[in-house]
Design a protein around this ligand. Structure first.
Ligand SMILES: [Zn+2]
Ligand SMILES: [Zn+2]
Length: 206
């Protein structure tokens, strides 16, 4: 579209200009502070994930033995992971800003890790693991083929990446399902029947 352009040399000045501005504003020290603050949240998240994998799944058996990633099968929020992360983040960020003294500030990342690691199984026990899986996976035995085509985009995917969608009346891939907001999570409502779509005779024809 643009027939006249200033050429690549301009970008050298542009990029050097940005770099120089950042250096003059002492961006590196600001960045260190922002990342240090943010790392508390990241570490809290890792602690919650680790506790889920090493405690909630194998020991408490409150989290499903497999890793569920399909939006259609998950609740929007599971207080186990999200709650543990939020609690640990708040405590460790307060510690990071010296609320609990200098030692706690220095060890804020370990506080984040410890709190979320302990909070995750406690919340799992309190909620009895109710918010992990929103509906029956609906995998049907006896379906011979291992790929299914998506009703939304038409591409073929492995059966494990697909889910039955009562709104689109067929098998939908996890990407299309994540991007779809028209269905208003119809599949998770009690009357929804996932059997309707998964491994129907139409799928057995190819
Ligand atoms: Zn699709
Ligand atoms: Zn849906």
């Amino acid at each position: 579209l643009l027939h006249v352009h200033p050429g690549r040399v301009v970008y050298i000045f542009f990029n050097v200009g940005i770099s120089l501005t950042m250096m003059e504003l002492n961006m590196f020290s600001v960045l260190g502070h922002i990342l240090g603050f943010y790392s508390n949240v990241a570490v809290a998240w890792i602690g919650a994930v680790t506790a889920d994998l090493v405690i909630n799944k194998p020991l408490l058996k409150l989290s499903p033995s497999y890793i569920e990633f399909k939006r259609a099968h998950l609740y929007n929020f599971n207080p186990v992971g999200f709650g543990a992360m939020v609690i640990a983040s708040i405590i460790s960020v307060l510690a990071f800003f010296h609320v609990f003294g200098d030692y706690a500030a220095a060890y804020s990342a370990f506080i984040a890790l410890g709190v979320s690691f302990v909070a995750s199984p406690i919340i799992a026990i309190i909620t009895k693991g109710k918010y992990y899986v929103a509906r029956d996976a609906g995998y049907h035995a006896g379906v011979k083929h291992d790929t299914l085509s998506c009703v939304s985009c038409g591409f073929e995917y492995e059966a494990l990446d697909m889910t039955g969608c009562p709104f689109h009346k067929g098998n939908i891939c996890s990407l299309c399902c994540s991007l779809d907001s028209d269905c208003h999570d119809e599949c998770k409502k009690p009357h929804a029947d996932p059997v309707l779509s998964y491994g129907t005779p139409a799928d057995l024809t190819h």
